[in-house]
Every structure is written in structure tokens, then in C-alpha cells.
Design a protein around this ligand. Structure first.
Ligand code: ZN
Ligand code: ZN
Length: 300
């Protein structure tokens, strides 16, 4: 990768600037004063920030503020504001992903397993909100994943801290649904680059070297998304990832199925067959939905 050494050294320099409790406190103060306080809030003055971070020594405070200025903090005629990288740092810290590792034990949530019909449960461990069936093998077969896993969604610690697991379960599915829709539209919700969508190989075909995703999933109709830049990868059901458009939007609305778990649970048990480069799903009652390799869906 050309220029990677230079990128690394710039990134290392940026992270080194953050290696200070005083500087993180300055970013927090500026966030509260100029971002969280409302859109287009004013600047914060030197003395306000200094009082917030409670550093007596002016020389020491100025040194830390100067280190942040330009990259993370913008100096204006009347004070200071947070530059976008400074905002991102505060937001990232508040998600808890850097330092928190809460565990929430499995509890029943409102829904049924799309394979066996049992009541489902949800738990949170190591940054993942897991939707789990205690009665069957589930969807994902992998040594890192509990037997019975129906969905394993990356979710920030803040989303399960002070939020009950039922709510976190619902929100994690809605949040994932938004990411799937973006990826089905061809772009990465994380970095904005192009995303490739890959349907399973035709019957008997070789999933290839990067068959990760197809080999570990107990379902023949899942689509795999991969971002060409940041490497974000997701696996979903093509009729779920396109739930906001075309025939699937109509289908879900007509059947009163809200975005999130109810929709994925509805389509997962449908039978699927390959037809050339396309997949054909059959709903109970015989309605068929055909998906091509660009994720265009047609109702037949
Ligand atoms: Zn089950
Ligand atoms: Zn990306």
C-alpha cells in the first residue's frame, strides 16, 4: 500500500496528542460547551475551559491546549471550538468501545426462533449483542459463537448500560438494518466507500478462499457484504437488506411487520433455490421473490 508508512506516522502522531488526561478533559469541556449545548452554540473562552478542567497552572494548561489546537481544536477570535476530529474522539469515548466491557446475561426477549419456534433470548458479551435460541443450533456455526446464535451484532457498550436488554435487542436489530440497507445500496455506512455484495455460489460451487460467511451460516440464501476500504463485513438476508424499497417494502408494510427483528424473522425460514446467478425465495402461500446479483428484487 503506497504511502502507508506516512499514514501510520500521521496517525501515530494524532494518537500521541491524545495521550494526556488533561487534553481529554479539554476535549470534554469543549464538547459540553460548544457541541452538546446545542446547534451553532458559541465558542468557549480560555478561562471557561481552564476552570472546567481544573488546572491551576496557566503555563501547563496553555501547553496542553496548544497541543490540541489545529487538529482537534479550532482557535477563533473569541475563543475555542471543537474541530470535527475532536468531536469524533469524544463521541468514540462515549460509546464505551475503548474501555468498557460489560456483560449482560441471557434473558428472554419478545420474539420466536425462525427455525424452531422457541422463545428467543438476548445477551451481550465482548461488544456483541447476541440473539440466541436455547433450543436449536441456530444460524451461525463458529467456534467463537455460542450454539444457538441467530444473530450476532456489533453494538457499543453504551447501548446496554442503563438500557434494558429488550430495548437493546430491538435497537441493535434496527441499527443493523440501517447498515444493511446502506450496504445493499452499494456503500459503506462506516466510511462511505464502495461495498461489494456477493450471493452464495451456485449449488456445489466453491465458496472460494474468502468463503468466510457462507461456510459458517446454516442458510443457503444469505448475501455477504464487504467494504473495499475499511474492510467492514456483514452477512444478511437479501430480502431483509432491501426492506426499504420495491416489493419488500410493500410486503412488510402489507403484513404489518416493523423494521428490525420481526422482518428478518419473517424471511429467514423461506425456502430458497438458486437459478443461474439469481436466488428465488418462496414465501408461505407461494409468493416468490427473485433476487439478482445486484440485489434487485422482483415479485413473481
Ligand atoms: Zn431455535
Ligand atoms: Zn468501509
Amino acid at each position: 500500500m503506497d504511502g502507508s508508512a506516512e499514514v501510520f506516522s500521521h496517525d501515530a502522531l494524532a494518537f500521541s496528542v491524545l495521550d494526556s488526561e488533561v487534553r481529554l478533559a479539554i476535549l470534554d469541556s469543549l464538547y459540553e460547551r460548544t457541541v452538546a449545548s446545542g446547534p451553532l452554540a458559541g465558542n468557549a473562552t480560555y478561562s471557561t475551559i481552564k476552570a472546567d478542567v481544573d488546572v491551576e497552572d496557566s503555563g501547563r494548561f496553555s501547553y496542553h491546549l496548544d497541543r490540541l489546537t489545529d487538529q482537534f481544536v479550532t482557535k477563533t477570535e473569541s475563543g475555542y471550538r471543537l474541530a470535527e476530529p475532536g468531536r469524533e474522539v469524544v463521541r468514540l469515548r462515549r460509546t464505551g468501545v475503548l474501555t468498557e466491557d460489560p456483560t449482560v446475561e441471557a434473558e428472554p426477549v419478545d420474539g420466536a426462533c425462525y427455525y424452531c419456534g422457541s422463545g428467543i433470548q438476548a445477551f451481550y458479551r465482548r461488544g456483541y449483542l447476541v440473539t440466541w435460541c436455547p433450543e436449536c443450533p441456530g444460524l451461525i456455526e463458529h467456534e467463537l459463537v455460542a450454539d444457538g446464535t441467530l444473530a450476532s451484532l456489533s453494538y457499543p457498550p453504551a447501548g446496554v448500560t442503563g438500557v434494558d436488554i429488550e430495548t437493546a435487542f430491538e435497537r441493535s436489530h434496527r441499527r443493523a438494518a440501517q447498515a444493511f440497507r446502506a450496504m445493499a445500496d452499494g456503500f459503506c455506512p462506516n466510511c462511505g466507500h464502495d461495498v461489494t455484495a456477493t450471493l452464495p455460489p451456485a449449488e456445489g460451487g466453491d465458496p472460494g478462499d474468502d468463503g468466510y460467511g457462507f461456510r459458517h451460516v446454516n442458510h443457503d440464501g444469505m448475501v455477504r457484504f464487504a467494504c473495499t476500504h475499511c474492510g467492514q463485513r456483514r452477512i444478511s438476508h437479501p430480502l431483509y437488506a432491501t426492506d426499504d424499497r420495491g416489493p419488500m417494502a410493500d410486503f412488510f408494510a402489507a403484513n404489518g411487520l416493523d423494521p428490525g427483528w420481526d422482518r428478518i424473522a419473517a424471511v429467514m425460514p423461506w425456502s430458497v433455490t438458486g437459478d443461474g446467478d439469481e436466488l428465488v425465495f418462496e414465501a408461505p402461500g407461494g409468493t416468490r421473490f427473485r433476487v439478482d446479483d445486484e440485489l434487485e428484487v422482483r415479485r413473481e
